[in-house]
Design a protein. Structure first.
Ligand code: B12
Ligand SMILES: Nc1nc2c(ncn2[C@@H]2O[C@H](COP(=O)(O)OP(=O)(O)OP(=O)(O)O)[C@@H](O)[C@H]2O)c(=O)[nH]1
Ligand SMILES: [Mg+2]
Lengths: 320, 719
């Protein structure tokens, strides 16, 4: 495939087109997309994939601009996938994350792509995983994935990355709830942003709240310690601590074979998901518009037949 | 029969007649809602002006609460000042223009600077290539400032300067130019805009973040209160808010709330209120809603009196609001442009009936380019005719006592007061601005106005109704910005070759130190400028300490779509977009951008959010992008199209550069590029030759534009 070669050559326009291909919702693009990903997966790069999640407006994009600039100045090559949640009644969307990334987007060493999340809970969008394979093959040192954290989407985002980071704002007690609900399982680093000006006091308080909440969480053996970091994206403060922590966790995880184990897990998860998706779409195709289904539904209403018999009937039919 | 009964009977009879004439059942329901959400009744009567909240009907001009005017005699003694805002190209050319206008009857000067100067860049800076001298006059140093006022005695001429971002080096240059003309600082008269809060909200020529910017404002108020007794330290401006889309209540409320914030900033310097408050001045826009504009000016004076009284001001000059006004540019159209002369005349009359102290009237080519000598003459004469032929100046506040005017004055005041209280609860205007609230409110209001025009609910003659089938051709002012830039660079190099670098460096370091330690910055800026620092060098010295501010807001979506809910044309375009999505596996994706120093973002934001409502995926670029950055952004996001919104005349430089950057990044790109904003017809062919697919000028209907864009994208992808 010509596209594969170009992606491996880090050709900007081709990387962009490859991402469009894997994100396409048109079934006709599926084969080409599969072919692309199957070849690129055999040319792995060395990217570290970091997820940044958090509630709307905590400063994820601003943080990425700030931290990203810091990394680019250290000569790292950086790709950013921003999943933008803003979606409209009629379906269109305004992708505004890049207004917060005006400095970093100027660098030749960055590639920044926004994707409308199409209402998938503001979380990961269709094709994000594939996009990170493309960017890895294209040779980026880091791939940042920005997602809005709501509900389950964190789990999905965490399943795409090597390090998962939760960004919170000063005094946002709501997320502390999340701690108890198990988000700590997924998050490796907690970043308290906006540690500046009037908010400084609140920010330190939030950080210590997180620290004490984390102390209840029993660290398993063979697991890197979870860190709580204080930063100000606007003043570019605390970026050293972020990169140091990332490096330490990666080092620890590699040493303890966690790094590869996670990637393996994610791969199996992906395979399962792929199967689920395919069954789902076949099922929808075969059962969805069935007149038999309509008839049987009516029969259920009339009490002529039991609902479970109907579902078993279709399952048998489908499996045959 | 007593009088009261007689009146009641009359009213009952009037209602009957009204209902018969209008064939409606209830006169009371016959209400027309304004943009301010004030219900206008078909009739106002004595009852309406009893128990008003703020207005004291029957109070006199020159007496509190000053509703009827800051002075007792008003225009009877001296008419308002005709003060036309102008500036373009080089200092030499603008000076020439000013001198001609002064000879022709203009009274005061008002300087329009170019965008690089506003944003603190010298003309030789790469980043401002397309903008030098285009939308105002380029001033790089005190030498340019001296040329600008050559032959204009600064001890006699009052000079207004619209400058906010680079306010320190510009005011310093003005002071030094005066000195070198032989005029003492204390004898300089005029106004510096120095109103940074509205820059963050709507005007977009800020440089530093809000906090240091507010400090600069306070430094200037302090300096002028000490050294320049005849100089207005600030012009607290609502004008730009209305032009950006605010209704009259929003404009008034946020302007007065800004005023409160500036007073506090000055007080925090330890100044006494009456030391500086007499030198606070205001600036409002006068749009087409004739009576509402009059009410706004009367309400403004009434509320400011109350506000200043609460601050403990005693000097009458502190208690009275004095204002400049400008007729509305955004009410003027590119289509059938001579209509604009008529619009401007009504607006001017409205400003005068509202009691403005000075006035700018716009030229009829407003929506096309900077004024020509001809269009500027007509604009000026609009005021000369009003002053000399109509008799409007013969009596003070002629509309006072009108039930209608007094009532809506009070309603405007009451509504504005509510918003001012909301701002107070947020902790004042700096906080509100930081939170982005006023900006969003204004953008929402702007989007509604667009929807009203696009739907035809609001008539704009010559645009959505009564179109002229034969548009007239008119001459436009053309500025050769490459030539201007060359001239400016020559002057900069001359300056840099002849100055004492040691002295210069010392004074720039001093400036940086003062920025850190809190000393008043205008004193050290004056020193640096005397030592021939450029405007850009002074700005940079401060930027090193303060940093540069980047705005992040993207606008309010949903407003336009809501207005068109169920509208057929709207849904027709939405359908086309859905079909496209099925075919190509994603929605049509358009990158909307602003390039160069052009900060007019009203159009870009309205178009972006409305397009998203219609169904496009819209990438919104930040302000001040370079064509190279835009190309990278477009390619990485694999957009189908780029929509360039350009209003400040940079298009002939910036658009071709964008096209070549795109080609360079992706030689086979299929990205179509279209352009919206202020493009004189003379430039259409130039742009088409550069492969621009479509041009959308002022007044374009957004739904129609959206259809054209989706059609163009579909065609391109079909090939
Ligand atoms: C409003 C306005 C302002 C506001 C801007 C508020 C804001 N945040 O946008 C304020 C008062 C702050 C302002 C300031 C200045 N202004 Co002004 N301003 C205007 C004015 C009156 C209206 C522009 C507008 O917003 N119209 C309403 C919107 C909705 O229309 P629009 O942008 O044209 O968009 C429509 C179409 O063009 C098209 N479109 C536009 N973009 C796009 C993009 C896409 C993708 C599509 C499909 C369509 C499309 O569709 C839209 C809907 O119909 C124009 C004159 C005029 N009547 O047009 C002058 C004008 C643009 N300003 C001008 C100048 C010089 C300035 C200043 C530089 C003055 C100075 N020297 O200080 C300052 C600095 C501003 C800055 N930072 O850049 C000049 C520019 C001269 C030139 N081009 O040669 C103009 C033309 C006035 C004049 N004749 O002198 N201004
Ligand atoms: N004081 C302060 N404000 C910040 C900081 N980081 C971001 N902000 C502000 O927080 C607001 C939101 O920032 P974004 O970066 O857009 O937040 P986000 O989390 O990406 O938002 P969404 O993408 O909309 O979910 C902006 O107004 C920023 O200026 C910080 O470090 N300090
Ligand atoms: Mg974001």
């Amino acid at each position: 495939m010509e596209l594969v070669k170009k992606v491996l050559n880090n050709d900007r326009a081709s990387i962009a087109k490859a991402i469009t291909l894997v994100e396409s919702s048109n079934p006709k693009d599926k084969d080409e997309s599969k072919e692309l990903i199957s070849s690129l997966i055999n040319h792995p790069g060395h990217s570290i994939r970091v997820g940044f999640s958090g509630p709307p407006g905590v400063g994820k994009s601003t943080f990425i601009e700030s931290f990203g600039t810091y990394l680019v100045n250290k000569n790292y090559k950086l790709a950013i996938l921003a999943i933008d949640p803003s979606s409209n009644l009629t379906g269109g969307s305004i992708l505004g994350d890049k207004t917060r990334m005006s400095e970093i987007s100027k660098s030749q060493n960055t590639f920044i792509r926004s994707t409308p999340s199409k209402g998938s809970l503001g979380g990961v969008s269709y094709g994000t995983r594939e996009a990170s394979i493309i960017l890895d093959a294209a040779g980026y040192d880091f791939i940042f994935i920005e997602t809005v954290g709501v509900g389950q989407s964190e789990t999905m985002a965490a399943n795409l990355v090597d390090i998962f980071t939760l960004i919170v704002g000063p005094g946002s007690g709501d997320e502390l709830q999340g701690i108890k609900k198990g988000i700590t399982e997924y998050a490796d680093i907690f970043i308290v942003n906006k540690n500046d000006g009037d908010l400084k006091l609140q920010a330190s308080k939030t950080a210590s709240d997180y620290k004490s909440a984390l102390s209840f969480y029993s660290k398993q053996d063979n697991q890197a310690a979870k860190e709580v970091l204080l930063v100000s994206s606007i003043e570019q403060q605390g970026m050293d601590s972020v990169i140091d922590t990332i490096n330490e966790i990666i080092k620890f995880n590699k040493l303890n074979k966690i790094f590869d184990a996670r990637r393996e897990n994610q791969l199996s998860y992906w395979i399962k998901e792929e199967i689920r998706n395919q069954i789902q779409s076949k099922l929808d195709l075969e059962v969805g518009n069935d007149t038999e289904l309509l008839d049987m539904t009516k029969a259920v209403i009339k009490g002529e037949i039991n609902i479970y018999d109907v579902s078993d009937h279709f399952l048998d039919k489908f499996l045959k | 029969m007593n009088k009261k009964n007689n009146k009641d009977d009359q009213l009952t009879e009037w209602k009957k007649k009204f209902e018969a004439e209008t064939k409606t059942s209830r006169a009371d329901n016959f209400i027309i809602n304004t943009d301010e959400d004030i219900g206008i009744k078909p009739l106002y009567i004595e009852e309406d002006i009893k128990d008003l909240n703020f207005v004291d009907v029957g109070s006199l001009p020159g007496h509190d609460p000053y509703t009827r005017g800051p002075k007792a005699s008003m225009y009877v003694n001296r008419p308002w000042t005709i003060r036309q805002y102008a500036g373009f190209s080089t200092a030499e050319e603008s000076n020439n223009f000013y001198r001609k206008n002064l000879e022709a009857g203009q009274k005061g000067l008002s300087v329009a600077f170019d965008l690089p100067t506003h944003r603190g860049y010298d003309s030789d800076d790469e980043i401002v290539m397309g903008d030098v001298g285009k939308a105002g006059v380029a001033i790089d140093s005190v030498e340019d400032m001296k040329i600008l006022f050559d032959g204009i005695p600064l001890d006699q001429m009052s000079v207004s300067m619209t400058m906010n971002g680079a306010v320190l080096p510009i005011l310093a240059s003005f002071i030094v130019a005066g000195e070198e003309q032989g005029v003492a600082v204390k004898d300089l008269s005029g106004t510096i805009q120095n109103d940074i809060l509205k820059e963050f909200m709507v005007r977009n020529t800020y440089i530093y973040p809000p906090d240091p910017s507010m400090r600069i404002v306070a430094d200037i108020i302090e300096y002028t209160s000490r050294e320049m007794p005849k100089f207005n330290s600030i012009s607290i401006s609502g004008y730009h808010m209305q032009e950006a889309g605010a209704d009259n209540v929003l404009e008034l409320a946020y302007t007065l709330a800004d005023g409160i914030e500036y007073v506090r900033a000055a007080l925090s310097k330890g100044l006494d209120i009456d030391d500086f408050a007499p030198r606070l001045s205001f600036f409002f826009a006068i749009g087409t809603d004739f009576f509402m504009e009059i009410a706004k000016l009367r309400a403004a004076r009434t509320l400011w009196y109350k506000i200043m009284k609460d601050f403990g001001a005693k000097n009458e000059k502190s208690l009275t609001l004095r204002t400049h006004c400008q007729t509305s540019g955004v009410s003027l159209t590119e289509k059938d442009p001579y209509n604009n002369i008529v619009r401007t005349s009504y607006e001017a009359l409205s400003a005068v009936l509202g009691g403005t102290q000075s006035l700018h009237t716009n030229s009829f080519d407003e929506a096309i380019a900077l004024p020509t000598e001809f269009s500027a003459r007509i604009a000026r004469n609009t005021q000369l005719i009003l002053q000399n032929e109509t008799g409007v100046s013969n009596t003070v506040d002629p509309l006072a006592g009108s039930y209608f005017i007094e009532k809506i004055t009070d309603e405007v005041a009451s509504k504005a007061w509510e918003i001012i209280q909301e701002v107070e609860e947020l902790g004042g205007m700096t906080k509100a601005v930081n939170a982005g609230i006023p900006k969003l409110k204004i953008e929402e209001s702007a989007t509604k106005k667009q929807a009203k025009i696009d739907s035809g609910d609001r008539v704009v003659v010559g645009v959505n109704k009564f179109q002229n089938p034969k548009e007239p051709k008119i001459d436009v002012l053309v500025i050769d910005n490459e030539k201007v830039r060359e001239d400016q660079i020559k002057k900069i190099n001359l300056l840099k070759g002849s100055r004492d670098n040691k002295k210069l460096e010392k004074s720039l370091n001093e400036l940086t130190e003062d920025a850190k330690n809190g000393n008043n910055l205008l004193y050290s800026a004056v020193k640096a400028i005397k030592n021939r620092a450029t405007i850009g060098e002074v700005s940079k010295a401060l930027e090193n300490v303060f940093g540069r501010h980047y705005a992040t807001s993207v606008g309010v979506s949903g407003v336009y779509g809501k207005y068109f809910e169920g509208n057929e044309e709207f849904m027709h375009v939405t359908k086309k977009i859905q079909d496209f999505e099925k075919l190509y596996g994603r929605r049509p994706r358009v990158l909307v951008v602003k390039m160069g120093q052009d900060g007019h973002d009203r159009g870009a934001k309205i178009v972006a959010t409305s397009f998203a409502d219609i169904g496009f995926d819209i990438d919104m670029g930040p302000l001040f992008q370079s064509p190279k950055d835009v190309a990278k952004d477009a390619v990485e996001n694999d957009v189908h199209a780029i929509g360039v919104s350009t209003l400040a005349a940079g298009h002939k430089t910036l658009v071709p550069e964008l096209m070549s950057s795109l080609k360079e990044l992706d030689p086979e790109n299929k990205i179509i590029v279209f352009v919206g904003g202020i493009i004189p017809e003379q430039d259409y062919d130039f742009l088409y030759e550069k492969n621009i697919s479509a041009i959308f000028g002022p007044g374009s209907n957004i739904i129609e534009s959206a259809e054209k864009v989706i059609d163009l994208i579909s065609d391109k992808n079909n090939q």
